[in-house]
Design a protein around this ligand. Structure first.
Ligand SMILES: [Zn+2]
Length: 299
C-alpha cells in the first residue's frame, strides 16, 4: 500500500518515521518503524493536559484511587515487583532517613508506605485528588506537573534517592524531555521505578484497537521494550530489572464465573513468559564516571 505524507510522523521517542496504524474514536495512533513505539498523534498540547487533569476530566484520567493498588495484589508477578520495591524501602530504612519523590502520587498510598519505612516523602499530582489526599493524610503533595519542577523554588537544590512514576509515563506530553527533568533530580546511585502499558504484549497483539489499555486521549504513549530502552539510554539510566504483568483479561468475558478463574491462570502464565501488557521497571542512575564512559561510546 502506498502511504501518503499525512500517514507519517517522526517517532516521539527516536525520531524515526512512524506510520498510522490504528484509528479509534476519531484519534489516530502511529507506530515507529524503528523502535516500535506506539503513540497518539497529534499529541495534545501541555496546557490541554494541565487543564484536563486540574478539572478531573475523565478523558484524561480514570479512577485515580486505583493507582498502585494492583501492585499490592499477591496473585501475579506484581508481588515480585512489590517485594523488590519494599527491599528498596528497607535499604532506605537501614541508611536512616532518605528522600522519596512520588510523581503522580494519586491518593498518596505509596507515600504512606514509604513513610512506614522511615523515608522523607514528597509527591506531585496535578489532579485535585492529590490535594484531598494531602489534607486527609498530612502529606506534602504539590499540585504541579514534571515540567514545572525545574522552575519551582521547592525543588531548587533537591535530590532524591528514590523516585517512582506509577502509571505516569503513558500520560506525558514529551517523555524524553520529562525523563531528562526527572533524572536531574535523582541522586547518583538513586533508584527510579516506573510502571506503564507495554505494546510488546499479548494484550496489544491480540486485540489491537480493542486493547483495554488504549484510553484516548489520556494514554498518549505505549512503549515497546526497544523504545523504553532508548528512552532510558538517553538519560544514562541502567535497567536493573523489568517485570511484566498481564493487567487486562486474556479471555473475552473473563469476569464471569469459571472463565474468570481460567483467565487468572492464563494471566499468570502470560506474565511469567514476559508478554504481560504492563511493565514495571527498576532503573538506577549511573555514577558520573559511568555516564562519561557511556557518552564516549555513543555516536
Ligand atoms: Zn521510534
Amino acid at each position: 500500500m502506498r502511504r501518503g505524507r499525512e500517514d507519517t510522523s517522526p517517532c516521539a521517542i527516536c525520531n524515526a518515521a512512524s506510520y498510522q496504524c490504528i484509528e479509534k474514536d476519531g484519534y489516530r495512533l502511529y507506530r515507529c518503524g524503528e523502535c516500535g513505539h506506539l503513540f497518539l498523534y497529534p499529541i495534545p498540547a501541555l496546557d490541554e493536559l494541565r487543564e484536563g487533569y486540574a478539572a478531573e476530566n475523565t478523558d484524561f484520567v480514570r479512577n485515580p484511587e486505583s493507582t498502585f493498588e494492583h501492585l499490592e495484589k499477591s496473585e501475579t508477578t506484581c508481588a515480585r515487583a512489590m517485594e523488590r520495591l519494599d527491599r528498596v524501602f528497607r535499604q532506605g530504612e537501614a541508611a536512616g532517613s532518605r528522600e522519596f519523590l512520588d510523581i503522580g502520587a494519586g491518593a498518596g498510598k505509596l507515600m504512606r508506605r514509604a513513610q512506614g519505612f522511615g523515608w522523607s516523602v514528597r509527591g506531585i499530582e496535578p489532579g485535585p485528588w492529590g490535594q484531598e489526599a494531602a489534607e486527609r493524610h498530612h502529606l506534602e503533595i504539590l499540585p504541579i506537573m514534571i515540567e514545572d519542577m525545574p522552575s519551582s523554588d521547592l525543588f531548587r537544590g533537591k535530590g532524591y534517592d528514590l523516585i517512582t512514576m506509577i502509571d505516569v509515563l503513558e500520560h506525558l506530553q514529551d517523555p524524553v524531555r520529562a525523563m531528562g527533568i526527572v533524572t536531574r533530580f535523582l541522586n547518583p546511585g538513586g533508584s527510579l521505578v516506573l510502571q506503564f502499558p507495554c505494546c510488546d504484549s499479548l494484550g496489544f497483539w491480540s486485540r489491537r484497537r480493542r486493547w483495554p489499555l488504549i484510553l484516548l486521549p489520556g494514554h498518549i504513549h505505549y512503549f515497546s521494550r526497544k523504545s523504553f530502552e532508548f528512552l532510558a539510554g538517553r538519560q544514562c539510566l541502567s535497567i536493573d530489572e523489568a517485570i511484566t504483568n498481564a493487567h487486562t483479561p486474556v479471555l473475552p468475558r473473563a469476569y464471569i464465573g469459571p472463565i474468570g478463574r481460567v483467565d487468572r491462570i492464563l494471566k499468570h502464565l502470560v506474565s511469567q513468559v514476559g508478554l504481560g501488557d504492563m511493565r514495571i521497571v527498576f532503573l538506577s542512575r549511573n555514577s558520573p564516571q559511568e555516564v562519561d564512559v557511556q557518552l564516549q561510546g555513543m555516536p
